[in-house]
Design a protein around this ligand. Sequence first.
Ligand code: SF4
Ligand code: MG
Length: 318
Amino acid sequence: KEPILELKNVKTTFKVPKGILKAVNGVDLTIYKGETVGLVGESGCGKSTLGKTIMRLYRPDEGQVMFEGQDIWRYNKKEKKEYTKNVQMIFQDPYACLDPLSVVSDIVAEGMKIHKMYKGPELEERVLELLKMVGLNKDHANRFPHEFSGGQRQRIGIARALSLEPKLIVCDEPISALDVSIQAQVVNLLKRLQQQMGLSYLFITHDLSMVRQISNRIAVMYLGSLVEIADSEDIYIKNRHPYTKALLSAIPIADPTIERERKRILLQGDVPSPVNLPQGCNFCNRCPYATQLCKERKPQLREIEPGHFTACHRAEEM
Ligand code: SF4
Ligand code: MG
């Protein structure tokens, strides 16, 4: 297994009137070539900030983002430009980032023009090829974004991301705005493209039902920290963190393999402010298993079984 992206103790903070908002608070995570890592957590937990930190849109205050073994903040101009091709992002609402006054073929061609990858008839041909890859065709090329359904717009967003021949795609809630029937289609498309092109994905979502279908591994985030990382199935069946259990017990899906394992955990209390984090475990004011130790010392992410990491003092008892 070869890493494509490594996050090492990444901290991304923002100055706000009340102090320092620790959006991403010391994240260690490796994404290997060709795999999908699902990043799950409630809204506001820092997962989009982490995605944007990977995109080089936010510079971390501490720690390193390494792509293919190189620190992305030590790039020269040429390497920086290469990185903007290698790593692409797709969004929850592709409509918001598709120029309403451009036809689809121009939207898909734009990046390739900027990076001088193709021109003339070759460019036209490549655009049609990309549309075909995402399940659209020639007839769609000269239409405007508003003429498409949500699922089709997401396909346009994917074609545009693919046009730069990336190695890693950060997918930020790419199916959350779509009907459930369409969600499966987009997930299947992403899986097929991954196999064809050897892509790696970071798949960010608050929805624990669909992420299981696409992820090899899942990382659970709470208040800026990763609390559990494991193979996708282990997150559902052998989870060891009370927060993962609580998240899973809240999904209203009729999946018997989860249902059998899960005890309903109702969360009490509010999520603390990321400006004012608890001293000990971030989860201690809501956790039914919290002890005095939990209030005093922050648990580190540790490997409790090969490849299974949990940040909980009481992981062994769970
Ligand atoms: Fe709960 Fe303590 Fe584990 Fe935190 S460390 S999740 S408070 S048991
Ligand atoms: Mg978000």
